[in-house]
Design a binder for this molecule. Structure first.
Ligand code: DQA
Length: 157
């Protein structure tokens, strides 16, 4: 599997920086993209950075990642709380899944407290702003390194 991480962003995240900045901050999605590229390249990894407002497009990208990516970082935005279809797509993906929310969804309205995606995610980061994407990529890089080290062990014995 190549060293590519799919970064999948859901609805309204294209408005980051302009939309409810008191909750989501002033940084834009371009800032998030730059942060992801910088963090991944520090570990020799690459990112494919994606955003859509359409559920079916997010599902198509997750399915594409099955053949192309070692991990998915996903902020499903409002679909976190509604989409069994996105959960099912993620369940078909064998690599690492990191779920990111800019805001702390547990400190907000009760309908945001449940995320379907969390039942598949290997890690969940909420409330760290755009740094959450950096933490997610660092987690993936660490897991990937551990996995590669383990893969070498049987050959040594
Ligand atoms: C969000 C939290 C969701 O509840 C919300 O619908 C979003 C963004 C976050 O990043 O904090 O659009 O996923």
């Amino acid at each position: 599997m190549s060293g590519v991480i799919y970064i999948v962003n859901g609805p309204n995240l294209n408005l980051l920086g302009a939309r409810e900045p008191d909750i989501y901050g002033h940084e834009t999605l371009d800032d998030v993209h730059r942060l992801c590229e910088k963090t991944a390249s520090a570990s020799g990894l690459k990112v494919k950075f994606l955003q859509s407002n359409a559920e079916h497009q997010l599902i198509d990208w997750i399915q594409e990642a099955r053949k192309k990516a070692l991990a998915i970082v996903i902020n499903p935005a409002a679909y976190s709380h509604t989409s069994v279809a996105i959960l099912d797509a993620l369940k078909s993906f064998d690599g690492i899944v990191a779920e990111v929310h800019l805001s702390n969804i547990h400190r907000r309205e009760s309908f945001r407290h449940r995320s379907f995606v969390s039942t598949r995610a290997d890690c969940v980061i909420a409330g760290c702003g755009i740094s959450g994407y950096r933490f997610a990529i660092e987690f993936i890089a660490q897991q990937h390194k551990n996995y590669k080290n383990c893969a070498i062990l049987p050959q040594l014995s």
